[in-house]
Structure formats: structure tokens, C-alpha cells
Design a binder for this molecule. Structure first.
Ligand SMILES: Cc1cc2nc3c(=O)[nH]c(=O)nc-3n(C[C@H](O)[C@H](O)[C@H](O)COP(=O)(O)OP(=O)(O)OC[C@H]3O[C@@H](n4cnc5c(N)ncnc54)[C@H](O)[C@@H]3O)c2cc1C
Length: 456
């Protein structure tokens, strides 16, 4: 039996990061069953046809050129005492250190009919081909359940391919985990302009069909039917043309470890800030992990590649002998709806209130270039501040131009415990093509708005 210094179960961004950091200095194996690791974030754009699907497939050389072995296998058992991983093909390998990086799988709501054909999650290469195959066969109508970033990106992609799309969410507004309602409201109009039918404040209760999905019942009494044919003997669903996609979040892939003695919480494997699990020499990183908010210290979901990679880096450094710790999830995330770029970081106002914080919020509206410039677009910023400590705890931006750089600056401010008073002194740059006038900066204006409210 071959034995490795480090065995990583999982070939997603977390596993690849570890291979790159450790592959040349330790004997490393990365395990994953699928043919290709994927750039999941780009999948909606490949569905839309903006990118060739091939472009979303990562090359195996990302792992092998780093000096690690890539084993295309499914791990089915771990003997933590003997330090042995067993695979579905009955082979085994030994390890000195084991990393669980098994990711997360789409959460399919357990409603009646969710096992019908034409019902899917949206993550794997198979999901991609299933959806693309239906589109190629003339998919007439699709229902996407979940109006978070993935659901919206997919809904827009399906619409761009000529499909009628219904987007369903039980929340009062779209992107409810990213933006407060005051920031997201105009985006619903953008979706409507794109021709997407939005059903808010309602849940899918049942999917109906003989073998394939034919209709979706919502708890507001509405029924969405895929069969728009005159021919009542053969529905679109019968011909395989109905599609329901659950974009209702991710659940950690922990089945490999739940029967052992490893401590596992609701959101994944429990780890400390060095990514150590409750079992010696076993670590976990990425979407399969449950971790805490860097702001509140409470357990929060953080199923993002931008959390998986930094967690893997912290672990990589520790395995290389450097003591580093993971500071927690701040959950900066962004998406694009039509021509509008949006992002949120830290706590939303709603989440802050749920956490018992009486948040004070400030807003600003400026343009992305000098307003006199022909390409200037609107940019709205919202800052969320804890009134007791005066620290920034969240931020949201909705803009006609990309927001991630600005958002990351605000995430760093949250990470560093910057106060709203500090933000009013932000030293900024200005140039006609790249900012509002030197007279004002969106972040500073929003900070001044918070201070005005704090002093009343
Ligand atoms: C459509 C979509 C869009 C997204 N967009 C963004 C975005 O814009 N920004 C962002 O930050 N994040 C985004 N994400 C989330 C991001 O993709 C995940 O957070 C990230 O992939 C997590 O990385 P990971 O390495 O922890 O797990 P994963 O990427 O899920 O990889 C897990 C790996 O473990 C393997 N595995 C599981 N069980 C076993 C087993 N028993 N044996 C062997 N191997 C196993 C899997 O096969 C897989 O290779 C998106 C996700 C999706 C689906």
C-alpha cells in the first residue's frame, strides 16, 4: 500500500491550492472522482454561450505539474486509527496527514417530485451537460428555485438562450443573503426587463409529472406548467423539455466522516482556526467546513471559493511549519444582473439586526466616472455600522461598473476593525474616467451619512 505525507480528498479549489503549495516539498495525493475539476463560477456564462463549455474545465496539470499525484477515485472509508483511506475500487492508501476537502453539493429541497427527470442542481459537469442538452433539444421553459447569485446568473443565462424562465424565492427580495431590500429592489426590475418572471415570497411545494417534471406548484396557489403545447397528448416534459433547477444553497459533503468520531456541525466539519478537525492529523478546508463569522464569531455559512482558497492556504502554511490562523468568514461576494454589478460583504443590515446589533446605515449615490463623462454610470453604496463600537460591519455596492475592488477594500476595512470615523478620512484617488469628482467619494459620503445619523 502506497503511503503519502499528505492525502487531500477533494480536487476543487481547496484541494488544488494545497497541491500547489505542498506538491514539490511533500509526497502529496489529491483524490477526486470526476473527470474534470471545474471553474464553477463560470458555468452560467458557458450555459449562456458566452464561453465554450471546455473553458470551464480545469487542467489536471494544475495538480500534477505541482508535483502531486492525482488519483481519480472515490473515497468510501477512512480508518483514522490506521491512517488508511479506502476507495470504491477496493484500493487503499496510507497517510501521515489527511485533508478533507470534499466540498458541498446543491441542496435539493425534499419536496414531492424532486426526483423527477428534468430536476437538477447546478454544480457538476453532469448538471452542466444535462441543462445544455435540454437547451439544445429546444427547452421551452425553466423554473429556477432560489434567487441568490447562482440562481440569478443561471436564470439570465437560460433566458439569453431563448428559454422562458420563472425564478422563485421565498424571501421578500432577490439576493437576500447579499443585499438588503433597499439595495436590491431596482434589480428585480432589471430581471423583469430581461423577461424573467419573478415569484417572491413563495415556496415550491410540489413538482408534478409522470417521469419527467411537467409542472411546479407554489404555496401561493400558482402552478407553473411546462406544457405550452396545443397537443395535449405529449407535453414538453414528456419530450424531456421541462427543467427545474434548485439553486437553494449548498450542503456540506460530509458523508465520508459522519460515522466516525469527527465533530460535524450543521454547516460542515468543525475545525479550529488552524483547520484542525477533532481527530489528530486530520484537517478540513473549503465548503465541507463549518466556520465562524470573522465579525460576530457565530457559525455562518460561507460556501465560496473565496473562503475555500484562503482556508487551504492557512492549512498549507501550517503544514509547511508556519503558524497561521484563519480569521473567519467575511463573505464578500458579487454578481452581475444585466448591466448592473452588485456586491455585498460582512453583515447586511437585516443580518446585523438578527444578531441583535442595532445597526446604523449610511448611503451614497455617485457616478463611476465624472458625471460629465459620456460613460458615467450610477453607483450606490451602503455601509452598515455597529453604533456601539462605530466599526464597519458590512457594505453593499450596486453599480454600472465592476464592484469587487471597492468591495474588497471595504472587506479589508471590516477585517481590520476600521471605524466609520476612519472611513471619513479615507484618502482616495480621482480621475475623470475612473471615479466621481475629487469633491466626493462614495465610501466617504456614506460614512458621513452614518455619522450624521449617529450624532442625531
Ligand atoms: C454555479 C456556481 C457558481 C459559483 N460562483 C462562485 C463565485 O462567483 N465566487 C465564489 O467565490 N464561489 C463561487 N461558487 C462556489 C465555489 O465554487 C465553491 O465555494 C468552491 O468550489 C468550494 O471549493 P472546495 O474545494 O471546498 O469544494 P469543491 O469545489 O466542491 O470540490 C470538492 C471536491 O471533493 C471531491 N469529493 C467529494 N467527495 C469525495 C469522495 N468521497 N472521494 C473523493 N473525492 C470527493 C469532489 O468530487 C470535488 O472534486 C460557485 C459555485 C457554483 C456551483
Amino acid at each position: 500500500m502506497e503511503t503519502y505525507d499528505v492525502v487531500v480528498i477533494g480536487g476543487g479549489p481547496a484541494g488544488i491550492t494545497l497541491a500547489k503549495m505542498l506538491g514539490h516539498v511533500k509526497k502529496v495525493a489529491v483524490i477526486r472522482p470526476e473527470d474534470h475539476s471545474m471553474i464553477y463560477c463560470a458555468m452560467p456564462y458557458a450555459i449562456e454561450g458566452l464561453l465554450d463549455g471546455e473553458k470551464t474545465l480545469k487542467r489536471d496539470e494544475l495538480v500534477t505539474d505541482a508535483g502531486a499525484d492525482l488519483l481519480r477515485k472515490t473515497a468510501v472509508d477512512i480508518d483514522f486509527e490506521q491512517k488508511i483511506v479506502s476507495f470504491s475500487d477496493t484500493s487503499q492508501i496510507g497517510y501521515s496527514k489527511l485533508v478533507i476537502a470534499t466540498g458541498a453539493t446543491p441542496f435539493i429541497l425534499p419536496v414531492p417530485g424532486s426526483d423527477l427527470s428534468g430536476v437538477t442542481g447546478f454544480k457538476t459537469e453532469e448538471d452542466f451537460h444535462r441543462i445544455n442538452g435540454l437547451l439544445g433539444a429546444g427547452l421551452g421553459r425553466a423554473v429556477v428555485i432560489g434567487a441568490g447569485a447562482i440562481g440569478i446568473e443561471l436564470a439570465l443565462a437560460l433566458k439569453a438562450r431563448g428559454t422562458d424562465v420563472d425564478l422563485v424565492d421565498m424571501a421578500d427580495s432577490i439576493l437576500s443573503n447579499l443585499l438588503d431590500q433597499d439595495m436590491s429592489e431596482p434589480l428585480g426590475e432589471e430581471l423583469a426587463r430581461a423577461g424573467i418572471r419573478l415569484h417572491l415570497r413563495t415556496k415550491a411545494t410540489e413538482l408534478h409529472g409522470r417521469t419527467a417534471v411537467e409542472q411546479v406548484s407554489l404555496d401561493n396557489g400558482q402552478v407553473i406548467r411546462f406544457d405550452s403545447h396545443d397537443d395535449c397528448t405529449q407535453s414538453r416534459a414528456d419530450t424531456g423539455h421541462g427543467l427545474v433547477v434548485f439553486a437553494t444553497g449548498m450542503k456540506p459533503a460530509v458523508s465520508l466522516v459522519v460515522d466516525g468520531n469527527m465533530k460535524v456541525g450543521r454547516d460542515g466539519i468543525c475545525v479550529n482556526d488552524k483547520m484542525e478537525t477533532s481527530i489528530p492529523d486530520v484537517y478540513a478546508v473549503g465548503d465541507c467546513v463549518e466556520f465562524k463569522s470573522g465579525i460576530t464569531g457565530e457559525v455562518v455559512p460561507g460556501k465560496l471559493a473565496t473562503n475555500a482558497v484562503p482556508m487551504a492556504k492557512v492549512l498549507g502554511w501550517n503544514l509547511l511549519g508556519q503558524a497561521r490562523t484563519y480569521p473567519g468568514f467575511f463573505n464578500g461576494a458579487a454578481t452581475k444582473i444585466g448591466n448592473t454589478f452588485v456586491g455585498g460583504t460582512g453583515l447586511s443590515e437585516a443580518a446585523a439586526r438578527k444578531n441583535g446589533l442595532d445597526a446604523i446605515c449610511g448611503h451614497s449615490e455617485v457616478t463611476t466616472q465624472f458625471p460629465i463623462m459620456p460613460e458615467a454610470k450610477k453607483m450606490r453604496t451602503k455601509l452598515i455600522v455597529d453604533p456601539d463600537s462605530r466599526k464597519l460591519i458590512g457594505a453593499q455596492i450596486v453599480s454600472g461598473e465592476p464592484v469587487t475592488d471597492r468591495l474588497d477594500l471595504l472587506t479589508f476595512a471590516i477585517q481590520q476593525g476600521v471605524t466609520v470615523d476612519d472611513l471619513t478620512q479615507l484618502s482616495y484617488s480621482a480621475q475623470p474616467y475612473q471615479s466621481f469628482y475629487p469633491a466626493a467619494n462614495g465610501v466617504v459620503l456614506a460614512a458621513e451619512d452614518v455619522i450624521a445619523k449617529l450624532s442625531t
